[in-house]
Design a protein around this ligand. Sequence first.
Ligand SMILES: [Mn+2]
Length: 289
Amino acid sequence: MSEALPYTFGGIKAISLNRSKFVILPVPYEGTVSFRPGTRFGPESIILSSRYMELYDEETNSEPWLVGIITLPEIVQEIDSAPKMMKKIAKTAEKIIEKDKFLITLGGEHSISFPVVKEYQKKYPNLKVIHFDAHADLRMEYEGSKSSHASVIRRISELGCEIFSFGIRSLSKEEADDLAKLKNVHINFAYNCRNQDLIDKAANLPQGNYYITIDIDCFDPSVVPDTGTPEPGGLTWYEVTGFLRKFIESHNVVGADLVELAPSNHYCASSFLAAKLVYKIIAYLTKKS
Ligand SMILES: [Mn+2]
């Protein structure tokens, strides 16, 4: 590989924001992590790995990068101040969203999804959310923090968004009890997300403007071991990409994020999977338009 390969998503030559359809925003934020740390290295690791991907996508027979992908400078962590960090993320997201770009935020821990969804909801008041995760993330608060990664879907539910969660296989008794009250949260447990069953659910979801948030621990640990809180019984590559392809073909998706990668080293298989997953989302969206 050439030494001049740029440090951008896909190793693509830097272009202006105006010429880009997709905007990659790295947010290496790790403020409320509960178990094994390392998500702060997630965005860097995804970008490094992405530079060695083929930019031709065999599945869609296309070169998605040609539509324009820009990688923004990362949002530097505000030490010990979650609210300050959330504000910073919101401010950047707002600027991208008002320019009608497709924002893909790379975490970092899952709490970073909240300010982005909130900004998207300002533009799309009936915004709905697709949520891939091992965990329900519906805790009212966690370890004294309301902006914990373990509460992020609860916070998003309080915005009034309808949420469809997939791959869930870990939640507390309190979260399970609260599900009956949370009319806008629809959980699909992992055991109901096997093979074609998951893919078939994609086309049947209601129409609307959607944001997709993917916690990488939705995947089985045999597929992605590099995450802070791995859970057995997770999803496979073909289940997740099969769902996304079908869902994107049949629905309007306006933004996405990928969070919670905690790489064991910069060129691990988990990082390559994360990079390719982001590129698949871009490929499916590009193929459609
Ligand atoms: Mn999770």
